[in-house]
Design a protein around this ligand. Structure first.
Ligand SMILES: *[C@@H]1O[C@H](CO)[C@@H](O)[C@H](O)[C@H]1NC(C)=O
Ligand SMILES: *[C@@H]1O[C@H](CO)[C@@H](O)[C@H](O)[C@H]1NC(C)=O
Length: 644
């Protein structure tokens, strides 16, 4: 039957009207909850680089106010309180001290009322979040893995948020000590926090009680630390991600730290989160900046930039930007010094972070931001690239030539640089599915003593072969017997035959990106961080994280050698091409126009116009051969090209 338009139209528009009416009534909460999370890399400010753990409410809100006035228009949206906001700032309190934290009757961390006066009377961060929201910004907090040792020692009951009273199961009330896994203490804050047993209903109830409280305070962003990298805690990440999915409040979920993270290690968590760190802490040293190039390349090559994440998108995170006015790692004090990177190095950092689409979390004290730093972090080209570019990858088709004084360089006739590179072996962890993990073998010395050695360096090319002495762990105290039962068959790995020092799966302190080691050792205990299982297929599995040990070769100067380049496509079809000079000398870096298409699927490139943004130099007429420029030591060049 043919439908008559004139008669159907009124009824159609009537239904449309009804539909829109229903939509407008119900869309507000719906839209907020279902809105795509982290559709672009999150951007904002974090208190750690400038205040350590000691930031106060006043200092925090002053920074938030400046962010809202000067940086919100450029997409800086989240203000995040970094770690230990619950620790009383009194003599004796430091990063791994025990007994200085403020907890509520359910064993949950609450803000230190001296540093956060608006939290008094059980209000938590509600007033701070309200103020942040009234500035048009979003509010974030840092939290550690699991549960605090203080709650476990205080034997606090666990809140069941479905009943509002103590969690009961099997006819009894459950307490913090039933769910805290003392043998799985956070390796770099072992007195402070430990894993929660997520196999138990009470363990789940505890984590739920935390996140429901954060949502009720008005938190929009959680940075969950000591759950990723060497400290991987897949059980907690998985359960917290489930809880966050069910909350009415959209909360971005960010994982930390990123020590020895590889794409294989990240794949199981990227879908559960909105960002995850892929390096250890980044500070303002050139070694730290340079050490991000290889790992960023590996994640772009594995197509991990902007994969599907927790109710939205997930981003590999290169860590905060320690630019401007800062403090020192682990400090109890606020900012007292300027960033130690020179302007070229800062530009290189911002350019790499933008080309790799890392979250941009500024770390300097905004109350003291200088004009140069401000214009760098608000550079419109970089921010456009960071939010909206695509096909971002390292671009290998370049040539670099060092530039001896007095020698003239034409556009041709360059010779490749020979950069002396020495390699060192470092100890690290990887997914146990990684074939490289099967690199260990057992070598018997005599009847009772065996060594476990990394096969590859048995020839001793890197000095002594890396071997560990295997010992079935000795049980000395009742406490050890209790934990020991969980680790039947597990091994301690000792640095030498008679040593009392055992190999740790995760370093015992927070480390920075440029620190590499052949493994960290400390006095042997029954902690999961020192327990290993050797499997017949040559893998050595950590009982702490479930990850497998490997030795890998890295450049002695943390990857800082040679010319590097990245490429990406812009929203309007432009091509972004960045050159980086990681050498200590100036260098001419060059790429052929005809090679650009090799990195850009489905695009053909014959000729380009455009300019280099730091120098403002125009390419002039259309170029179909070489794009080349002198790049200073540790500096970068960034071209915006229009090609056909
Ligand atoms: C080695 O064996 C362990 C334990 O069975 C297994 O989980 C792991 O995937 C294996 N790894 C490799 C690289 O074969
Ligand atoms: C590049 O441009 C020049 C001058 O327009 C032209 O003669 C030459 O054939 C072009 N080369 C290529 C590879 O397209």
């Amino acid at each position: 039957m043919k439908l008559s338009l004139s008669t159907s139209l009124p009824s159609f528009s009537f239904f449309l009207f009804l539909f829109l009416l229903v939509l407008s009534v119900s869309s507000e909460p719906l839209r907020r909850k279902d809105e795509e999370r982290a559709s672009t890399p999150p951007r904002g400010w974090n208190s750690y680089d400038s205040f350590g753990w000691a930031v106060s409410e006043e200092e925090f809100l002053q920074n938030a106010e400046i962010l809202s006035q000067k940086l919100h228009a450029q997409g800086y949206e989240y203000v995040v309180v970094d770690y230990l906001w619950y620790r009383r700032k009194v003599p004796g309190a430091y990063v791994d001290s025990l007994g200085f934290d403020v907890i509520d009757e359910w064993g949950r961390m609450i803000p230190d009322p001296i540093r956060w006066p608006s939290s008094r009377g059980g209000k938590g961060f509600t007033e701070v979040a309200n103020k942040v929201h009234s500035m048009g910004l979003k509010f974030g907090i840092h939290i550690m893995r699991g549960i605090s040792t203080q709650a476990v020692n205080a034997k606090t009951p666990i809140l069941d948020t479905t009943t509002g009273s103590a969690y009961q199961e099997s006819g009894r009330v459950w307490h913090a000590q039933d769910i805290g896994m003392k043998e799985k203490a956070c390796a770099w804050m072992r007195h402070g926090f430990m894993s929660v047993n997520t196999d138990l209903g009470a363990g789940k109830a505890f984590l739920r009680s935390l996140y429901q409280q954060y949502a009720s305070w008005g938190v929009d962003f959680i940075k969950n630390d000591c759950v990723f990298g060497d400290d991987l805690n897949i059980n907690e990440i998985t359960y917290i991600s489930e809880v966050l999915k069910e909350l009415d409040r959209p909360i971005l979920y960010s994982l930390s730290p990123g020590t020895s993270v590889t794409p294989d290690m990240a794949k199981p968590v990227s879908g559960l989160s909105n960002s995850y760190r892929i390096t250890a802490d980044d500070w303002d040293s050139w070694g730290d900046v340079a050490s991000h190039f290889d790992v960023a390349r590996d994640f772009s090559a594995a197509k991990m930039i902007g994969t599907s994440g927790l109710l939205g998108t997930s981003w590999p995170d290169l860590d905060m930007l320690p630019l401007g006015y800062l403090t020192d790692p682990g400090s109890n004090e606020g900012p007292h010094r300027r960033c130690r990177l020179n302007l070229k190095e800062q530009r290189t950092q911002m350019t790499l972070w933008s080309m790799a689409k890392s979250p941009l979390m500024f770390g300097g004290d905004l109350r003291n931001i200088d004009d140069t730093t401000f214009s760098l972090i608000t550079n419109p080209t970089l921010l456009e690239i960071n939010s909206y570019s695509s096909n971002n990858v390292e671009f290998p088709y370049i040539r670099g030539s060092s530039s001896p004084r007095g020698r003239k360089h034409g556009r041709y006739g360059m010779y490749p640089t020979r950069v002396e590179e020495s390699e060192v072996e470092v100890f690290g962890l990887t997914s146990c599915k990684d074939p490289k993990a099967s690199g260990w073998l057992v070598k018997g010395l005599d009847q009772d003593l065996e060594r476990i050695c990394w096969k590859e360096n048995m020839e001793g090319r890197y000095g002594e072969p890396f071997c560990l002495y295997k010992r079935n762990s000795l049980v000395e105290s009742d406490e050890e017997i209790m934990y020991g039962r969980q680790y039947q068959g597990a091994l301690h790995l000792l640095a030498s035959e008679n040593a009392k020092y055992c190999l740790n799966a995760s370093p015992r302190r927070k480390i920075t990106s440029s620190e590499f080691t052949r493994g960290s050792f400390s006095r042997c205990t029954w902690n999961a961080n020192q327990m290993w299982e050797f499997h017949g297929n040559g893998t050595l599995i950590s009982s702490y994280s479930g990850l497998c040990a490997i030795m890998k070769k890295v450049k002695a100067n943390a990857g800082a050698a040679g010319a590097r380049s990245w490429i990406a496509t812009g929203r309007s079809g432009e091509i972004y091409l960045a050159f980086f000079n990681l050498n200590p000398d100036n260098m001419v870096i060059a790429a052929e126009v005809s090679d650009l298409a090799k990195a850009l699927p489905g695009q053909s490139v014959t000729s380009c116009v455009g300019k280099e943004i730091w120098s403002g130099t125009d390419l002039g007429r259309p170029t179909n051969d070489t794009i080349a420029t002198m790049v200073g030591s540790h500096d970068s060049a960034l071209y915006v090209l229009n090609c056909n």
